[in-house]
Ligand binder design. Structure first.
Ligand code: BTN
Length: 258
């Protein structure tokens, strides 16, 4: 298990990772980070754990991860954003992770709407953003990141085809170095976020998304919608051309059909 000192040693960031809380096991780093955020903990604080007993994904799904093999952490941020822009934080997190993973592994990664990072169509990272608002303004955001790093086997949950960096590269990865790399990228792009400037982030995200112009199927609350994915709406929603006209989708699982 890494100590707080190890994770902090050599880390050069100005906001993200200023403080790190390290656990061997915890229910969920997002749950812990939310509690800390509500108790006014310093912005940029990060909760890191080697294992989660109740790791959470989107739509209340479980996020399963073998102990000591992967990266599981949540960062607490308080950028001065209006509610309409807060959904864009998911793209900020995805682009930061992708930049770090690509730089570290030389693998080519893809972004899948809204918040997955894939290698060759298989999921290697999930992001869970939990925002809290007051009067239409963002109070705090918990950016939860789970990266499959050294785990080799993944239970087939029928939903996602998962992989890890080690599986793709056929070698073990230094998790501490990778963790610091991700925090550095989060920190580098954070200046743009604080100024509400998401253009570079969205441009990089769009570059790595191969869904636009293609036929997709969206599964939402048991209902399916078919259409053509056109691009991102200004608030991060997915614009889809359906038989009934244009729709902006805010939640759901997307499959590219052709
Ligand atoms: C998803 O793909 O549905 C999002 C998965 C997010 C998992 C990470 S692991 C660290 C953090 N703590 C959690 O409970 N969830 C996020």
């Amino acid at each position: 298990m890494y100590s707080k000192e190890e994770l902090l040693s050599g880390l050069k960031t100005s906001v993200v990772g200023k403080k790190i809380f390290v656990f061997e096991s915890i229910d969920s780093t997002n749950t812990c980070a939310k509690t800390l955020a509500e108790s006014a903990v310093e912005e940029g604080s990060v909760v890191f754990s080697e294992y989660q007993t109740d790791g959470r994904g989107r739509f209340g799904r479980s996020w399963l991860s073998e102990p000591g093999q992967n990266l599981l952490f949540s960062a607490i941020l308080r950028p001065p954003l209006q509610q309409e822009q807060a959904g864009l934080l998911t793209f900020y997190a995805a682009v930061s992770v992708v930049r770090a993973l690509e730089g570290f592994t030389q693998l080519q990664l893809e972004c899948k709407w809204p918040n997955d990072v894939l290698i060759g169509g298989k999921k290697c990272c999930g992001i869970l953003l939990e925002n809290s608002f007051s009067n239409n303004r963002l109070e705090h955001s918990v950016v939860g990141v789970g990266v499959n790093v050294n785990q080799n086997a993944f239970p087939d949950n029928g939903l996602s085809n998962a992989t890890s960096l080690a599986r793709e590269l056929e070698k073990k990865i230094d998790r501490k170095k990778l963790f610091q790399h991700i925090l550095r990228e989060l920190d580098l792009l954070y200046d743009d976020v604080q100024h509400g400037n998401f253009s570079r982030i969205l441009q990089e995200w769009n570059m790595r998304c191969n869904m636009f112009g293609r036929k997709v199927q969206i599964l939402r609350e048991g209902a399916t919608t078919n259409g053509k994915a056109l691009g991102l709406h200004v608030d991060g929603g997915l614009v889809v051309e359906t038989s009934g006209g244009r729709e902006i989708v805010y939640a759901g699982d997307v499959t590219v059909l052709s």
